[in-house]
Design a protein around this ligand. Structure first.
Ligand SMILES: *Cc1c(COP(=O)(O)O)cnc(C)c1O
Length: 344
């Protein structure tokens, strides 16, 4: 078998949800957009529902369909992108709650699905999604007359606790919503860690559930094992891989494993990361290819059957740092070729 194995620890995921939940007195929902940050929204959703999550968020109505099938009819599923043209049938059939982002979405929703649940997304300064203060001032009485279930906004800099943007967005969100007797939500993972002023009635963590920064107490959720296809001896002065970027300085033993940048192990991560056999670290050498990675296993006592690239010793954030990106991108790039195994 030459398929790399992505193991997903659903117990660790559930523990991360419980630990984030314990940080606030608000309800803790779960963000499972992008197929549960690449891991499998259905499996992740069922595990988090068992842990106690009652509300889930996805990016688009289409993502809500698979999740609804997995978690059943009773739990809430909300859609960040709101009510887009053509969404009405899915929103209705799968009982999805759009977070309306504009006057256009509001009109579309009230016309095509009168009485169907919805929330409102406000822009408190990020300028990405949601109604701006002036737009909201003009529409809020109409919107509130239709009984939204949630009013939410999103923080741009919550992973930097000292950033002035956090307090600024908090102030704008309060100005837009104080006095409205409805559940409010401002915080994702980073916002939960900013403290109670940011919690309101519902928090919406994503990355922290999956073991990523800025939730530094998160348990690692995934391990990635790459099977060895071939092992060879390389003499001093010989090179390995495209562009001859690595040249052996000693008699070396090189293992070639079955995964590459087509599997989300982006090329930029090459230099500076290891692959592991137990606690033994073996440097990745040469360039990451589309389907293959080469690893210096000279210091091992025996040739391994597989090496682990992501594990508690080298987490998604460490791999991301080596590649100049963030854990979110590593997770959501992992792709479809892995055999996914679930425990817990
Ligand atoms: C992705 C997202 C979240 C979750 O963010 P994390 O940083 O992964 O916790 C919450 N709310 C909105 C609007 C999002 O887009």
């Amino acid at each position: 078998m030459s398929t790399a194995k992505l193991s997903i620890n659903l117990d660790a995921l559930a523990t991360n949800w419980r630990n984030l939940d314990a940080l606030s007195s608000a309800e803790t929902a779960a963000v499972v957009k992008a197929n549960g940050y690449g891991l499998d929204a259905g499996r992740v959703g069922v595990a988090l529902a068992k842990a106690g999550a009652r509300n889930f968020f996805v990016a688009a109505a289409e993502e809500g369909v698979a999740l609804r099938r997995a978690i059943g009819p009773d739990l809430g599923i909300s859609v960040f992108s709101g009510h887009m043209e053509g969404d009405a049938r899915l929103l209705q059939e799968f009982n999805l709650t759009p977070m309306l982002n504009s006057v256009d979405q509001m009109l579309r929703h009230f016309e095509s699905l009168p009485g169907h649940s919805f929330g409102v997304q406000l822009d408190s300064g990020m300028n990405r999604l949601g109604m701006e203060p002036a737009e909201w001032a003009a529409l809020r009485d109409i919107a509130l007359g239709q009984n939204p279930v949630l009013i939410m906004s999103h923080l741009a800099c919550a992973d930097e606790p000292g950033h002035a943007m956090n307090a600024l967005q908090l102030k704008v969100f309060r100005e837009m919503t104080d006095g409205i007797d409805l559940p409010r939500s401002l915080s994702a993972t980073g916002g939960i860690l900013l403290g109670p002023d940011y919690h309101f009635d519902l928090c919406r963590p994503g990355i922290g559930l999956y073991g990523g920064r800025p939730f530094s107490d998160a348990l690692p959720v995934i391990t990635l094992a790459l099977p060895v296809i071939q092992v060879r001896d390389v003499l001093p002065g010989e090179s390995v891989g495209y562009g001859n970027t690595w040249i052996a300085r000693r008699p070396s033993r090189i293992a070639t494993v079955a995964a590459g940048y087509a599997d989300g192990l982006i090329r930029a991560m090459g230099a500076g990361i290891n692959a592991y056999v137990g606690d033994a670290a073996c440097p990745v050498v040469g360039r990451v290819s589309m389907d293959l990675i080469t690893i210096d296993i000279t210091d091992l006592d025996a040739d391994p059957d597989s090496l682990s690239l992501i594990n508690p010793r080298q987490t998604i954030d460490q791999v991301a740092d080596a590649a100049g990106t963030i854990g979110y991108e590593i997770l959501t790039s992992l792709g479809h070729r892995y055999a996914r195994g679930f425990s817990g």
